[in-house]
Write a protein that binds this ligand. Structure first.
Ligand code: ZN
Length: 266
């Protein structure tokens, strides 16, 4: 399914499990168990990666995982990706697009309403941006759509990143740079043009230990918008990581598609 530098797409083929590529005729009577909603962000990614990085990564991973799951018999539909995320800590970074959590909740609720009306009762949000957190929204939607099973996943947490990459990070780092070198190398500037991605820590110990939390003011933490040194990134690391993440997500999609939502526990 992966051809050359364009993994996750089969050019010239309409994929019946991707809503944006399929027709009403194809899906109007199709059995669909699970809708998958990729959700990214539009934000600066150090000096060498594009603003659309989270969207590109997430769509490539979701489409590849969904393709494998479809071949295994999963009854699924991939919705178009939502390209804007919660970027409240980055409002002073030029043209970083923020949508507030309350806006995000409204969008999610409207999409769930459509699915619910058409008796597609399972929804998986495939999240690719650290500022997005759908868990509390899913709790609130439970009583609104009692027949639905709504879940979320962060693909970047599906495998242990230190198994693949030398330098840790969480934004435009070695992981994201390697991944982009695999899925969209034409959009990555030479690594020599990247900033170091060094980040300041809080002065308060509990916040750095992560059991206490506050939002980071991004422009006070990093000079180049990156967090994590991208200098050891390469395409091979990105390909290995992509393939493992796709396998994990494919399993999740398949399991959700097959699940009886009235019998979820053992
Ligand atoms: Zn990112």
């Amino acid at each position: 399914m992966n051809r050359g530098g364009n993994p996750g797409s089969r050019s010239g083929i309409m994929n019946p499990y991707i809503l944006a590529e399929t027709t009403w005729k194809t899906i109007k009577d199709a059995a669909i168990e699970l809708a998958i909603l990729p959700w990214g962000a539009t934000e600066a990614h150090n000096l060498h990666l594009p603003f659309g990085t989270d969207n590109i990564e997430t769509e490539k991973i979701v489409k590849a995982a969904a393709g494998k799951a479809y071949e295994r018999g999963a009854k699924i539909i991939v919705l178009p990706a939502i390209p804007f995320g919660v970027n409240t800590g980055q409002l002073d970074i030029r043209i970083n697009i923020n949508i507030n959590p309350s806006t995000q909740f409204s969008i999610l609720k409207d999409i769930a309403d459509v699915l619910n009306r058409h008796r597609i009762h399972k929804l998986l949000i495939a999240n690719g941006h650290g500022g997005n957190d759908f868990r509390q929204m899913i709790r609130e939607l439970g009583p609104v759509f009692p027949e639905m099973f709504i879940s979320t996943c962060n693909w970047y947490q599906s495998v242990i990143q230190s198994d693949f990459f030398e330098n840790p990070g969480d934004h435009a780092d070695e992981m994201e740079t390697s991944l982009m070198l695999f899925v969209a190398p034409e959009l990555v500037l030479p690594l020599g043009e990247a900033g170091k991605g060094s980040a300041k820590k809080f002065r308060i110990k509990g916040l750095n230990e992560k059991w206490a939390w506050s939002e980071r003011k991004w422009s006070s933490v990093t000079r180049d918008t990156g967090i994590g040194d991208p200098s050891k990134a390469n395409r091979e690391k990105g390909e290995k990581f992509f393939n493992e993440v796709v396998l994990k997500l494919c399993d999740l999609i398949t399991d959700l598609s097959n699940a009886d939502i009235h019998n979820m526990y053992e």
